[in-house]
Design a binder for this molecule. Structure first.
Ligand SMILES: Cc1ncc(COP(=O)(O)O)c(C=O)c1O
Length: 399
């Protein structure tokens, strides 16, 4: 063995930053389900994190046109002005938020947007308040910035929502950011205008910044979406709005999302973009411009389909002895409590459902809630019915 080969066989020292990084539990279960499927096992997947609809034709046509027009070169790191203007108009129209295009940063998905905001705002040891159940990536992104995630647990009896009184118990002098996600992944809960107003007062009083993840904005079944940034100028200055087209326009693979924030934050975001990933794909940017023109009725049709499936899945779950499920008001997930099934913690239940009932769900532990599992209804009504038949048969003890 020569010296070079020897070097190859020595252990590689990865950075501490990534050594402690947890892989996504969602992806772990999905990979296992995929493997079982490739072995010929008929798995029903209730674990998808993306709409099962296709991207609207108008968007696809715009992308094809961009290629034919050779719109294939670098763009400004924050995105083309036309798209940033379009996003600013959308925020005015839908959310009553006034931003200049300079305050908008296009990123490669809402996930990338949130990662970048945390990088831009957090120093080591800054504390980030994260209500649980949370979207799996928030705590890991905070750790990647050497900051400290402070988890605020909530339960079904609180409708999985935080209040100023609860926040009071967790806020310290080191608290810098509060992450809000309404509608929520995984619970589907939606904060009302009144609830957000109370939270906004807490944020201002305690000198916090809000990252408001509004990616499921268009998928609301009861009530309406309110952006916390919309109450007054002070809370707007303290909020970074995160949104995108992935869930509303069935565009998960295109990788586009955006932030709207005060100019200092936007400029820092754009610096970071320019030294890391640069612009979102030029073709995706043209597609996103078209997405802004998609009729609301197209989005409403998808939402109406999700609504039917939500009612179906919630009814079926609540008919299983030992399972209780709140009715979510938005997104496309349900987050039933499985403690009274007495089949163990969420990972055990998810693995047993996959191995014994051939149904893929996601264990709640990844979302900071070990008494729950997450089921997605971004799949056909037939799959929901068959998946729940199997779940019920597995959960019901033989008499
Ligand atoms: C709450 C939440 N925020 C952000 C994202 C990321 O969205 P994108 O695909 O645009 O990166 C997801 C995707 O699952 C999500 O559930």
């Amino acid at each position: 063995m020569n010296i070079e080969q020897k070097k190859c066989h020595q252990d590689i020292r990865l950075s501490r930053r990534v050594k402690d990084l947890k892989p996504s539990i969602t992806l772990e279960i999905t990979a296992k389900a995929k493997k079982m499927r490739s072995e010929g096992i008929d798995i029903i997947s209730l674990s998808a994190g993306e709409p099962d609809f296709n991207t609207p034709d108008l968007v696809k046509e715009a992308a094809k046109q961009a290629i034919d027009d050779n719109f294939t070169r670098y763009t400004p790191a924050a995105g083309i002005l036309e798209l940033r203007k379009g996003v600013a108009e959308k925020l005015k129209r839908d959310n009553d938020l006034e931003y200049s295009p300079e305050c908008i940063s296009l990123c490669s998905g809402a996930k990338h947007a949130i990662y970048n905001v945390i990088q831009v705002l957090c120093d080591p040891n800054d504390e980030v308040l994260i209500p649980a159940p949370y979207w799996v990536s928030y705590p890991e992104m905070v750790l990647l910035a050497s900051a400290k995630p402070v988890i605020i647990p909530t339960t079904e009896s609180m409708n999985f929502k935080i209040t100023p009184d609860l926040l009071e118990k967790y806020v310290t002098k080191k608290s810098k950011i509060l992450i809000l996600n309404s509608p929520s992944n995984p619970t589907g809960m939606v904060y009302s205008g009144e609830e957000l107003k109370a939270l906004s007062e807490f944020v201002c009083k305690n000198d916090l910044i809000v990252i408001s993840d509004e990616i499921y904005e268009k998928l609301i079944y009861d009530g309406e979406h309110v952006s916390i940034a919309s109450f007054h100028d002070e809370i707007k200055q303290r909020t970074v709005v995160v949104n995108g087209f992935s869930k509303s326009h069935a565009m998960t693979g295109w990788r586009v999302g955006y932030t709207a924030a005060r100019i200092e934050i936007a400029q820092a975001m754009n610096n970071l973009l320019s030294q890391s990933t640069s612009n979102v794909s030029s073709i995706t940017q043209k597609a996103s411009l078209a997405a802004l023109l998609v009729e609301e009725s197209v989005i409403r049709n998808m939402r109406n389909e999700f609504l039917k499936r939500r009612d179906l899945i919630v009814d079926r779950l609540n008919n299983i002895a030992g399972v209780t499920c709140l009715k979510p008001e938005g997104a496309f997930y349900v987050f039933p409590n499985i403690k009274n099934l007495q089949r163990g913690p969420s990972m055990t239940v998810a693995n047993a459902l996959l191995d014994q009932a051939e149904v893929a769900v996601v264990p709640g532990i990844g979302f900071g809630a070990d008494e729950n599992i997450r089921l997605s209804y971004a799949c056909s009504a037939e799959d929901i019915t068959e998946g729940l038949n199997r779940f019920e048969a597995w959960a019901t003890p033989p008499s």
